[in-house]
Design a protein around this ligand. Sequence first.
Ligand SMILES: Cc1ncc(COP(=O)(O)O)c(C=O)c1O
Length: 316
Amino acid sequence: MIESELIWHNGEFVAWEDAKVHVLTHGLHYGTGVFEGIRCYETERGSAIFRHLDHLERLERSAGLYYMDLPYTVEQLRTATHELISRNGLASCYIRPIAYRGYGHMGLNPLDAPVDVSIAVWPWGTYLGEEGTRNGIRAKVSSWERISSRSLIPQAKASGQYLNSVLAKIESVKAGYDEGILLDEHGNVVEGSGENVFTVRDGVISTPPTSSAILDGINRRSVVQIARDLGYAVIERDIARADLYLADEMFLTGTAAELVPVREVDDHAIGAGEPGEITLVLQRAFQDALYGRNERYLEWLDLIPVAVAERREAAG
Ligand SMILES: Cc1ncc(COP(=O)(O)O)c(C=O)c1O
C-alpha cells in the first residue's frame, strides 16, 4: 500500500484520503491523461529531484501531443512539487504528476473536458527489487508488440498507452520472470515495460535509437552521457532479439527501476549470468550522479530550497 499525507490537486494541498475523482472522469474511461515518474533523493546537499525540469518539460510535451493545454506552467509545477515534498516530510520519494481530462464530458472528443492536474509523492523502493538491482533480473521477450507510431505516440508518456506495458508485465510475471521486453513490428527490441534497454558486446554499448518506438527515457539519456564521459563507445542502433542472447551484458534504465542489470533473457544467460563489469561501473557512476556525489552532474539535481525544507523540519 502506498501512502503519504498530502496530494497537490489543481493548486490545492488536499489530504491523501480526500484526493478522489468522479467515476465519470474522462481519463478513467479513455486513458486521456499524461504523467511522469520522477525521483527525489536525499543527497549530502539536501533533498534533490533528479532532472526535474526534463521530466516536467516531457510532461508538457506529452500533453501537447494529445491536444491538452496544461493549466500550470512548468515552474508552477516545480515549486508545487518542492512544497509538497516538504509538507509531507519526505527526504526522498517517488513523484507522480498527472494531467488528465476530468469530469463533465463523455464521448471521444475530449477537447471540452477540463484538464485536471495532480501531484502525488510517496516513499517507493526500487521497482524491480534490491535483489534484482544487485544480482540482475530475469526477463522475457513479450508476445505483445510495443505500440507503434501508426496507432499511438510512443514518445508520449500517456496513461492509455500503458495498457500495452501492463499486458507485457502481466505476461512476464505470470510466466515467472521479473520483466517483459517488447519488440516492434519488425522484430527489433524496443524497450522493457517501463524501462529502456541497453546491451554491451565486445565493450560497445548499444541501445535502440529515439527514432524507434521508445520513450525517450531521461535515465537513458543520462546513462548514455555518463558512459561516453567514461570513454565507452555508445551506439544507437536496431537491436535484434538474438542480439540480447548474444550480448556480454545487458541492463535496463528507468526512473522507477534506476539501472538494473539483466542476467537472463528467455532462459539464456547473459554473459556469465550475472551483472557485467561495464554494467557495474555504469551502475555505480549513475548512483553517484543520482546522489550528487559527482560534481560533473550536479546540474541534473533540483535541490529543494532550504527555506522550503526548513518548513518541513518546523512542521515535523
Ligand atoms: C515505457 C517506458 N519506457 C522507458 C521508461 C524510462 O524513462 P525514464 O528514464 O525517463 O524514467 C519508462 C519510465 O518512465 C517507461 O514507462
